[in-house]
Design a protein around this ligand. Structure first.
Ligand SMILES: Cc1ncc(COP(=O)(O)O)c(C=O)c1O
Length: 462
């Protein structure tokens, strides 16, 4: 039995896969403030043109430059592991495989896109990147990538995580970045929020507004903004995960997975694993593909499909996505990276189409799963990742009930060694079950009704 399935460096994927090329129903376009589709030129104050080209690309495959591969070889190709100890504990006929993204220097999947984003900005003559971070995983990944390619990096970290996770801030500083709590007094967006809500725990939406504002107001024009999830080019860069997983399963003669699972905050680690398999599903394969989110922030399972801004200050284009509303401030659950109001439009279109079937799980069940995982497999997962572990356990139990030898594949998006305050809260009984109350969704409708309608278009095949 293979428990660690490794690829040779020479077999690292050399291209990124763009699902947009294969969608049965094309996505709706992002809209500008006038309600018309945005053109690439309009995005140039925020992103460099070489990344905007990827954002709007209709090409199925995009070459990964050798210089980027040279950086990724530090930890890629990443291992595919079989969770035999969990299988035994659950006494399930299912085979559970997971793609281990925790082996990157910052400890998650985030550098798969941080490195190319930093590299393309550098190529374009940019000197400094700004960004936001929730759990601190993305901020530390961008700090790491900027140092390696020679850019300055400034990170706005959501207040609650800044307070709960001092070690993530120290990692960013170790890689030479400047990390401050958001909302901050450094931007108009931050000051406006602090005036209204001085004690706010912050949100990804607010931090994004601050980071964008700092990028576009640089008088030298040498600063750009970098986003760790949601956008098409971020999903693209992450597809290296699913391509490796496919090659690894094939190398041991394993069949195609029956179930593919990933936790979903903005959608990137899930998409990275799932999109290459989604292509197979479009071509007829029978795979259940499950993005998992918290019941506290149930974007895909309970929010409407609508046009909404990606940030609180309404600086981004209007994106077609499931959204809890750009002014939604999620409750301070411990999976900071899953507290985003929206979701990647590419993932949303797959949900509309019926290609992906989302699921929400309560944080208590997720921590129970994380503890089971740690006490069987041995590794301590990130609170975000625990949502994927919890769904995997649900699926493995279902396979037992059905008596089916299913192959389950999930994405182990990161380790939790910097997130032990969340474990502390759980272990000392301070966490409660929490499902977003219906009243909050009324506010969502109020927020979204001002925007143009987004038609949920689908082929009806799934
Ligand atoms: C370990 C980990 N997993 C998952 C996520 C969620 O982000 P995404 O949905 O873009 O993968 C985060 C975000 O911070 C994270 O740190």
């Amino acid at each position: 039995m293979d428990r660690k399935i490794l690829l040779h460096e020479k077999d690292i994927p050399k291209k990124w896969y763009n699902l947009a090329a294969d969608l049965p129903t094309p996505m709706l376009p992002p809209l500008g403030p006038d309600g018309n589709p945005v053109n690439p030129e309009m995005l140039t104050p925020v992103f460099p043109m070489n990344l905007i080209e990827q954002e709007v690309s209709p090409e199925r495959w995009i070459d990964i430059p050798e210089e980027i591969l040279d950086i990724l070889y530090r930890w890629r190709p990443g291992p595919l592991r079989r969770a035999v100890y969990l299988e035994r504990y659950l006494d399930t006929p299912a085979k559970i495989y997971y793609k281990d993204e925790s082996t990157s220097p910052p400890g998650s999947h985030k550098p798969n896109t941080a490195v190319p984003q930093a590299w393309y900005n550098k190529q374009f003559g940019i000197e400094r990147l700004t960004t936001e971070t929730g759990a601190g995983q993305w901020g530390s990944a961008l700090a790491f990538a900027c140092k390696l390619v020679g850019l300055e990096c400034k990170v706005f970290m959501v207040r609650i995580s800044f307070d709960q996770k001092p070690f993530r801030k120290l990692m960013m500083q170790t890689w030479g970045a400047n990390c401050i709590a958001s909302p901050s007094t450094e931007t108009n967006a931050g000051r406006a929020i602090l005036e209204k809500m001085p004690d706010t725990p912050g949100s990804l939406g607010i931090a994004i507004s601050e980071a964008i504002e700092q990028a576009v107001t640089d008088p030298a024009g040498k600063t750009r903004y970098s986003l760790g999830s949601v956008l098409n080019h971020v999903m693209l860069h992450q597809t290296i995960i699913g391509q490796e997983a496919k090659a690894q399963l094939k190398s041991i003669g394993e069949k195609m997975p029956d179930v593919v699972i990933g936790c979903a905050g903005g959608g990137s680690n899930f998409a990275g694993l799932a999109f290459p398999f989604t292509a197979d599903k479009i071509n007829g394969a029978d795979i259940e593909i499950i993005p998992v989110e918290p019941t506290a922030c149930p974007t895909l399972t309970r929010a409407p499909f609508a046009y909404d801004f990606g940030d609180t200050a309404c600086t981004t284009p209007l994106l077609p996505m499931y959204s809890l509303g750009h002014d939604f401030v999620p409750p301070p659950i411990h999976a900071g990276g899953l507290r985003y109001h929206g979701m990647a439009p590419l993932v949303c279109q797959c949900v509309v189409e019926g290609l992906h079937t989302p699921r929400a799980i309560d944080q208590i069940e997720c921590y129970e799963a994380a503890i089971t995982w740690a006490q069987t497999e041995g590794f301590i997962c990130a609170p975000e990742t625990s949502h994927a572990v919890a769904a995997t356990i649900q699926e493995a139990k279902k396979a037992k009930e059905e008596g089916k030898e299913k192959v389950i594949l999930f994405n182990y998006s990161g380790h939790g060694l910097m997130d032990l305050t969340g474990y502390d809260a759980y272990l000392s009984g301070k966490l409660d079950r929490y499902s977003l109350p219906d009243e909050m969704l009324e506010k969502t409708e109020e927020c979204l009704k001002k925007h143009p309608q987004a038609e949920a278009r689908k082929s009806g095949k799934w």
